[in-house]
Design a protein. Sequence first.
Length: 219
Amino acid sequence: PVPCRSTPLVSCSGLRGTEATALLEGLDRENTLLRHQLTRSAARERALQLDTDELRIQLEAQALQDLHGLESKSAIMAAEGTHLREELERQGELAETVSAQVEELQRGQEAKEAIILALRSQVATAHADIEAVAFELEGLQHFLLPATPIDEPLRTVSLEKAVRRAAQATDRLRLACRAKFQAYGMVNEQLRGRLESRVCESPRSDRSVSTGTAPASGK
């Protein structure tokens, strides 16, 4: 300060000592504050280190637990994979068995269809044969009894109707044969009666002839 210029040198040096003392005290206070701050910082650092260590321990424990969990899950998944693979193999074998059964059923169905076609062919042949037999029976009936009417030739009808018509023709033919046999029996009886009457008349004529010729032989 300006007044210090007019003051004696000793006063100025004393003032400088006071300022230095104040400066030192200020530096001490700042050093104290810095030490406190360093102490607090060190305490915070130690606390952070402890928290970090604890967190690391927790993370390591969690990682170890997760690793065990992953190993357990991996083992479970491996077991499930093995089970699925075995199931797929079993399903594959079952599919092959089912496919073989389907092929066998298909072959059986084809064989049945072939049998059905053969039976249909046989039925058609039998149908035609029955129609022909029925027509021949009706013709034979008309031959035996010309007065009986004959049905028209068979058209395409069902097998049941053809069998029914053949049965009816057979019944009519049986009746016609019976009537014809009865007629033949009656004719046979008549012929037998005539023959018997002629046989009976023949000895009488012989006796009359013998009596008529006896006197002539005597003459």
